[in-house]
Design a protein around this ligand. Structure first.
Ligand SMILES: [Zn+2]
Length: 520
């Protein structure tokens, strides 16, 4: 049975959303809002704000939140960093030819940051790492423009091939090819994994396009006199098109006319690799509703997720990690073949956990508590299933073995904010705990406060105001009567009133004599 894959792109005024569907089921989701837009790969005309000589770094205004941060090692031409960033090796043979040229340009390791940067100086920089919390974005002067097949390196003469291309013949073929490209001498190129399938013509087309983009960036940099964005890499529209080609999906559906036109134009470069159907969704019914994506998103914001055979998962978060608890639900007491039932639930859980981690975009440490199984063999099966299920994930996952009690520790690469972080903010009532004090606790506090108002503050005309639901509790549990009797014993008078603007845990006491609030 062939799988039907589609990518949906939903464009709204305040957000753009990407959904990858496999046989109608949501497999991957990206939600981008103005504030959560990724800036990695973006190129800016920045302005140096201040130099920190002691750590050989500088802060640079890039008009995006806090100032970005650049270290001396990212200003000097740095071959090693390129190799790390793109998982590739440079052709050392070819290095020799260019050695002279690069020697002239490359600054010495003992170069001081003050020698290369001055406050207020305009700099061309690219973001290599998103800003996290109070840390600004990490910047580099080692610019790289990534296409689908090639990466253009405008500041270095190196040409190389991705390490992921293992076939030696393919490697040498590509190396020979890119060396022949007519490009200015000081422009470097890297062949990415996808370049294996591309024809020389396709590679030349892309190299030319990347070079034009680069020329435009330089032009805009020179024409400008203030910090500004010059090039946006991780644009969701481009990402949707490239992953549609990468995944060879049959259809890319978009619900916005302008974006539909942009996609069609962009696709021309890649048409030969994959004849993608790009369509505009025109129905009245919102697209994500029609394809049940909205419903899946709603589920991925909840704590509990059902499994097909009646088991369920609980997703929780602590400061240090995320936890997933696998529960057998009602199917646990089937009697005969119990182990097989549990294995079945665990296998379903493995698939669903991997999917939910993608949809929720959970990063960092994740601990999964599977249901205990007796046979070692079954534990291996579940672990294998989990490994299979995270394979297609664009975020790197690492899974440790299963402990005796069925615990599996895994990590998932952090990128962007999680779905929860994008959609929610901490509840101001419980500070994110998810718990508030119960009625009994609050009524105990009220009793103490009433006594204090009379005994300490010497107030004898009192009015208690609380939430209507709390008042109902007080009335039903004879608390109201008891509170009044406390007042009467001290020759005071107590009235009870309600206000639905008060929180369930809050109450106020006023003086009925001067109307002022009594602080207790
Ligand atoms: Zn709350």
């Amino acid at each position: 049975m062939s799988t039907r894959e589609e990518i949906l792109l939903n464009i709204e005024s305040k957000q753009a959303r990407y959904a990858h569907l496999k046989n109608g089921q949501l497999q991957d989701l990206i939600v981008e809002r103005q504030g959560t837009r990724q800036i990695t790969g973006n190129i800016y005309r920045g302005k140096v704000k201040n130099i920190l000589e002691n750590i050989q770094s500088a802060f640079v205004d890039i008009t995006e939140g806090d100032n970005g941060f650049i270290h001396i090692s990212d200003i000097l031409e740095n071959k090693k960093k390129f190799e790390e960033r793109f998982e590739m090796d440079f052709d050392t043979e070819e290095e020799k030819d260019n050695k002279k040229a690069s020697e002239e340009k490359e600054l010495d390791e003992s170069t001081n940051i003050g020698q290369v940067l001055k406050p207020e100086q305009p700099v061309l920089v690219q973001v290599v790492k998103e800003a996290i919390g109070s840390k600004g974005a990490r910047l580099t002067s080692n610019i790289a423009l990534a296409g689908r097949y090639l990466v253009l390196l405008p500041n270095t003469s190196h040409r190389g091939v991705s390490r992921k291309i293992e076939d030696r013949r393919a490697r040498s073929r590509l190396k020979r090819m890119i060396r022949l490209f007519e490009m200015p001498k000081n422009i470097g190129l890297i062949c990415r994994t996808a370049s294996q399938a591309a024809t020389p013509e396709m590679l030349i087309d892309e190299a030319t396009e990347l070079f034009y983009i680069w020329e435009k960036i330089v032009e805009d940099f020179e024409a400008s006199d203030k910090p500004q964005l010059l090039y946006q890499e991780s644009d969701l529209i481009k990402k949707a098109l490239l992953s549609a080609i990468e995944k060879k999906v049959s259809r890319l559906l978009v619900d916005d006319y302008n974006v539909f036109q942009i996609l069609k134009t962009m696709h021309k470069t890649y048409e030969k690799e994959h004849p993608l159907r790009i369509e505009q969704y025109r129905d009245k019914m919102p697209m994500f509703e029609r394809f049940q994506v909205e419903r899946e998103i709603e589920k991925s914001l909840g704590r509990k997720v059902w499994l097909p055979s009646g088991g369920y998962l609980f997703f929780d978060r602590t400061e240090a990690m995320h936890t997933v608890d696998v529960n057998s639900g009602r199917s646990s007491n089937d009697g005969g073949g119990l182990e097989e039932t549990l294995v079945k639930i665990n296998l379903e859980a493995a698939v669903e956990i991997a999917r939910q981690l993608r949809l929720r975009n959970i990063g960092g440490l994740v601990v999964c508590d599977f249901i205990d199984m007796r046979a070692r063999k079954n534990q291996r099966r579940v672990l294998e299933k989990l490994n299979d299920s995270v394979r297609g994930d664009s975020a790197k996952c690492a899974i440790l073995g299963m402990s005796e009690f069925g615990l599996v520790e895994m990590t998932r690469q952090r990128s962007r904010q999680s779905l929860e972080q994008i959609v929610f903010e901490t509840c101001p009532y419980c500070q994110g705990k998810g718990l508030i004090k119960n009625y009994e606790s609050t009524s105990i506090e009220i009793e103490r406060a009433v006594r204090k108002a009379i005994d300490v503050k010497a107030q004898y005309g009192l009015k208690l105001v609380c939430h209507p639901n709390l008042k109902v509790y007080l009335d039903n549990h004879t608390e109201s009567r008891y509170l009044r009797s406390i007042a009467e014993e001290a020759n005071a008078c107590l009235e009870l009133n309600t206000s639905d603007t008060l929180h369930l845990n809050d109450f106020e006491i006023y003086s009925t004599i001067n109307g002022e609030k009594i602080e207790v």
